[in-house]
Design a protein around this ligand. Structure first.
Ligand code: GLU
Length: 439
């Protein structure tokens, strides 16, 4: 049910009362955006129908022998939304809330993301519904290996190339590569990206998503004629994306006044000591902000962070964090989406009416998959670049993509999300048209 903005505005502050209708699901959000874009592009109805359905969906049962001897059966997915522009590409997440529609939505966002930055991939996503925080490293390793064996029929260097996402990392990618290598009796490293450097990973890949977010924020500030040194920033989520974005933006001269993760938030209007916070997180057993203390630093909640008084807000946690309940209270002038799908449709409309500029996920967080692409290219050639080369190419692609989306959106007089999705869907549609329908 659509809610009117006025009704939403009447609600109390989200920090006081949590008010929202049942959470909208990510696949529906993505489909509604696609339908809107199809209408505007006057997309061929056949191509629209193709894009409304993932090409291939695999659900697998993943039995794991737990450390206490018990068997637990997890549910895993790998969904390929489109291979029109090239092999499918996208991460694998481990999270208790992973479900079919979430993975579908994330897979489609990968299709748009690869198209918007012009890298030769389609889109996919995988996930296992589990709580890695409650599991030992050995249990996660066994689950990863069994999940890999189960999705092996559909992944491959020229078919579908997984990568890290929420709660997965280089070590998990190494286990995936090793499992495939053992089963195929040869070394297979180009089947997965985001690997350790020792196993054909790329320098700069770990930092790439956060670096891309920072580059996009900088380009946006330039267009808005804002000085980096006069800009305050809040970052929700202090994982691989949020922490790197905060670190690089601070190096660029911005003042990071608020950060948060699942353990809570930190706020200092004079600017947080990001290197100090990074040292604390590196030493924390679960890599959390929890327990960080410094003079002048206040503790506050995730809800407070999203509505804090800053110039730039970077949601870099999970989807649907900005919703109809808090969008009316967002004080930031600009939002740069580090996470995938952090804004609901209703929230997007509210932000638009309030003239808050949103750089969408499919552009803002594309740095990760761009350097995944570099990693794949290096693996295929068995020839590795240095960090300066990786970062130079990342910078070039992010700046060019930002300019294309910005100029196209201005020309069409549409918000950046709509502009980026229009550009992306048009590119995918052209590839489908060029291939024709098999047979
Ligand atoms: N999981 C990341 C994303 O959502 C990276 C995907 C990749 O590198 O394939 O963009």
């Amino acid at each position: 049910m659509e809610e009117k903005v006025e009704e939403v505005l009447d609600r109390p502050h989200p920090g006081i009362v949590v008010a929202e209708s049942p959470r909208e699901n990510l696949w529906h959000t993505v489909l509604a955006q696609l339908d809107d874009v199809a209408r505007r592009l006057k997309l061929d109805p056949g191509i629209h129908a193709i894009l409304r359905q993932p090409e291939r969906e695999l659900t697998v049962a993943v039995p794991v022998r737990m450390d206490d001897g018990r068997i637990e059966v997890f549910t895993g997915y790998r969904i390929q939304h489109s291979s029109a522009r090239g092999p499918c590409k996208g991460g694998i997440r481990y999270h208790p809330e992973v479900n079919l529609d979430e993975v579908r939505g994330l897979a489609a966002l990968m299709t748009w993301k690869c198209a918007v930055v012009g890298i030769p991939y389609g889109g996919a996503k995988g996930g296992v519904q589990c709580d890695p925080r409650q599991m030992s490293e050995d249990e996660i390793c066994r689950m990863t290996r069994r999940y890999t064996a189960m999705i092996m029929p559909i992944i491959g260097s020229r078919r579908d190339i997984p990568a890290p996402d929420v709660n997965t990392n280089a070590q998990i990618m190494a286990w995936i590569s090793d499992t495939v290598s053992m089963l195929e009796r040869k070394t297979v490293i180009d089947i997965v990206t985001g690997k350790p450097i020792s196993l054909g990973g790329s320098v700069g890949r770990r930092e790439a998503t956060g670096r891309g977010v920072a580059i996009v924020a900088r380009e946006l500030l330039k267009r808005r004629r804002r000085r980096l040194s006069d800009t305050t920033v809040a970052v929700q989520g202090y994982g691989n994306v949020g922490s790197v974005a905060a670190t690089i933006l601070q190096q660029m001269g911005c003042k990071i006044v608020a950060v948060s993760d699942i353990s809570g938030g930190l706020y200092d209007p004079r600017g947080l000591d990001i290197p100090g916070i990074n040292r604390h997180v590196a030493a924390h057993p679960q890599g959390l902000l929890e327990g960080y203390e410094a003079p002048g630093v206040e503790k506050f909640s995730n809800d407070d962070l999203l509505v804090s008084d800053v110039d730039v807000l970077i949601p870099a946690a999970l989807e649907h964090q900005i919703h109809a309940g808090n969008a009316p209270y967002v004080q930031a002038e600009m939002i740069v989406e580090g996470a995938n799908g952090p804004t609901t449709r209703q929230a997007d409309e509210i932000l638009q009416e309030r003239r808050i500029i949103v750089v969408p996920d499919i552009l803002a967080n594309a740095g990760g998959v761009v350097v995944s692409y570099f990693e794949w290219v290096q693996d295929l050639q068995c020839f590795f670049w240095d960090e300066a080369e990786v970062n130079r190419n990342l910078e070039r692609i992010m700046v060019r993509s930002f300019e294309e989306v910005w100029d196209f959106s201005q020309q069409q007089q549409v918000p950046l999300r709509l502009g980026a999705t229009m550009l992306a869907v048009d590119r995918v549609a052209r590839a489908i048209q060029a291939r024709g329908i098999f047979p």
